[in-house]
Design a protein around this ligand. Sequence first.
Ligand SMILES: Cc1cc2nc3c(=O)[nH]c(=O)nc-3n(C[C@H](O)[C@H](O)[C@H](O)COP(=O)(O)OP(=O)(O)OC[C@H]3O[C@@H](n4cnc5c(N)ncnc54)[C@H](O)[C@@H]3O)c2cc1C
Length: 391
Amino acid sequence: MIEKTNVVIIGGGIQGASIAYNLTDMDISDVVLLEKGELGSGSTGKTSAVIRQHYSNEVTIKMSMKSRIIFENFLEEVGERVKFVKTGLLICVPEEEIKNLEGNVSLQRSLGLDVDVITPGEASRLQPGINVNESMGFAFEQSAGYSEPYELIQAYIKRAKENGARIITNTPVKGIKTRDGSVKSVVTDRFEVETKVVVNAAGPWTRDVGRMVGVELPIEPVSLKVGIFQPTVRYDENRPVVLDMPNGVYFRPETGGLVLAGGGKEEEESINPDDYDDGVSFDYISDLSEKMIQRVFLFKDAGYVRGWTGIDGAPPDWHPILGEVPGLEGFICAAGFSGHGFKLAPVVGRLISELIVDGKTSTLDISPLSVERFKTGELLGSRYVTLKYVG
Ligand SMILES: Cc1cc2nc3c(=O)[nH]c(=O)nc-3n(C[C@H](O)[C@H](O)[C@H](O)COP(=O)(O)OP(=O)(O)OC[C@H]3O[C@@H](n4cnc5c(N)ncnc54)[C@H](O)[C@@H]3O)c2cc1C
């Protein structure tokens, strides 16, 4: 079938799709994307699609800011329409995290982000009916919001195909051949394709793909859960995304006057991505809804609509691994997104493409995200102590 190509991308999730588009936009049209199932059938199809920039370190803040700008200008940047509802993000923290919140806001403001520490009164104006207490801390990030995963992935795939990329689904990669410390070809049941560059964008399966070349990538598959609720009064789609750290949950408006909520109990469990129950337990939903009602009384009689468990890959510091894997020329990792990858995908596609085309990134320095950090101990982590996945 295909004999030779410039780049093989393994994984048709949002990262693979964004990388395929960005490569072809940078005039590398000879790109093959291999997906073992359907496009978006991994983590991407289960995402909450929250777009925020509230992170604790410079590289992630900068990446999420660049990505958000692409979301806002998607039609001009990529040539397709993708939903982006700009609602802002209301961050609520317990007393013991107030110093960390202030530290994060100060770092984010120094990088040009439109975020402010606000009073409980201001929080109540932004989210009417919210239960605030004077010991809590609040901040508001104006440019945050949410999007729609299938629109985003379809947009990237459509544009990548128009630019010449070959997108092949239902084709698992079974092996990767190497020669003299460089990648040589990618093997499937139906064909073998020669290439000098392989991008491992296999989401929760990244570790398995790494093992095909004898590389042990420290990325563990983890579970993340979501529930959809229908309040008795239609929930306005412009209400802010709320990150409720005291309760360990988040919620945002969902199409049709609904509310999408996630986090809470049973989060972050290690899981087998090939064999897991993608439903949610009654206990999980009761706990989630109790926490939502505790924060916003309006949710009291909300009906449960549906819920699911999704998966993502998480390194020990809950930040992605981006860049070439040392010791194997042409083997690039774009994975380990730890529940943050949807919002980062537009910039990740650009960064990985710059790395492949120019041998270095120009949009921003991604060296802090190298896999080497697990050897040197320069981990990224979060300033927050109560919820590590906030980042
Ligand atoms: C419940 C939930 C809520 C989330 N909420 C948010 C949020 O609000 N905001 C946010 O920014 N992020 C969020 N995330 C995280 C985000 O969805 C992920 O980080 C992102 O989708 C990861 O994309 P990906 O392309 O790396 O992985 P995936 O979408 O998993 O794609 C990887 C693909 O690789 C394929 N693959 C694997 N092995 C092979 C192989 N051998 N051969 C060929 N193909 C292979 C898989 O089939 C899969 O389709 C959430 C995730 C979940 C589960």
